[in-house]
Design a binder for this molecule. Structure first.
Ligand code: SF4
Length: 283
């Protein structure tokens, strides 16, 4: 697969709530927290969900304590379940699809997440040994999105995740090593491996974090103002309330919309092309 096609696939993975039957507001189990003030069991519509599947408090979610709703991103899984898997049959009008639809939604979310990472990896200059395997994986994952509900419910996603994780990790290593080789100065003495680092609240403002491995790192409330995070691998990193104001993440690897939505930023924060600037960030 060529890089442009891969980039377009990655970019296309955005939620279109107008084509979704409010699945994130219904299917998921949400317990009260600082991000969501009420108890909402799985399969029960949120009290704020309207009959047209829009949110009654959409414009004031943060003020009303529903911060989590401004962070969540299904990567377009909601509209695919609603319009492709269930062919436009809503759980309100067709009660017989209700239970299956709610169980299929988190499965489709995981498939879309894997498609996002795979297509992003294919958008970089990587050797054929990686790109050929990733292309096969991507095709398989795309085929899964067309399965019917029964087939989706019977999937064992671990069999897809495990080989994919390995490939993504190797691809990231290759991409970052090539960037490191171009960096001047301390490249040989610097520690680039911070996988699963506990950097909760750590003061990292202005730091050069180019090409570091932040896979699964705990960056909650980390102060990363104006940090240089180009080429850093963010897969699975927890960026909740991390201060990214003025930071450069323009070539951050495997960064998701949900991670960015959960962080703090401003108009000076630089993001990859497939990530939208959150409307709740400082202007
Ligand atoms: S508050 Fe609005 S966006 Fe959040 S779950 Fe309820 S209906 Fe959905």
């Amino acid at each position: 697969m060529d890089k442009e096609t891969a980039k377009n696939i990655r970019k296309s993975l955005t939620a279109d709530c107008t084509k979704c039957f409010g699945l994130c507001c219904t299917a998921l189990n949400i317990v009260p927290s600082s991000d969501f003030p009420i108890n909402k069991p799985a399969g029960i519509p949120c009290v704020n969900l309207q009959s047209d599947y829009s949110c009654q408090i959409h414009s004031s979610l943060r003020e009303k304590g529903y911060k989590g709703c401004t962070v969540f991103d299904c990567l377009g899984a909601g509209q695919v379940v609603s319009q492709v898997t269930f062919k436009g049959q809503s759980w309100r009008d067709y009660s017989e699809v209700r239970d299956k639809m709610f169980r299929v939604f988190p499965i489709m979310e995981q498939i879309h997440e894997m498609i996002a990472y795979t297509s992003e990896a294919l958008s970089y200059d990587i050797p054929n040994v990686f790109s050929e395997k990733l292309s096969v994986q991507l095709e398989e994952l795309q085929d899964l999105t067309a399965l019917d509900a029964e087939q989706l419910l019977a999937l064992d996603l671990v069999t897809y995740r495990f080989p994919l994780n390995q490939l993504l990790s190797e691809s990231s290593k290759y991409i970052r090593e090539h960037l490191i080789a171009k960096l001047p100065g301390t490249k040989n003495s610097k520690n680039y491996n911070h996988e699963r680092a506990d950097w909760v609240g750590k003061k990292l403002s202005g730091t050069d974090l180019r090409a570091v491995d932040l896979r699964g790192a705990y960056l909650i409330a980390a102060e990363m103002r104006s940090a240089d995070l180009r080429g850093a691998d963010f897969i699975g990193a927890d960026l909740r309330d991390a201060d990214l104001r003025g930071a450069n993440l323009s070539t951050g690897i495997f960064l998701t919309q949900m991670q960015v939505n959960s962080a703090k930023g401003d108009r000076k924060t630089t993001l990859p092309a497939h990530i939208q600037r959150p409307s709740h960030w400082d202007q």
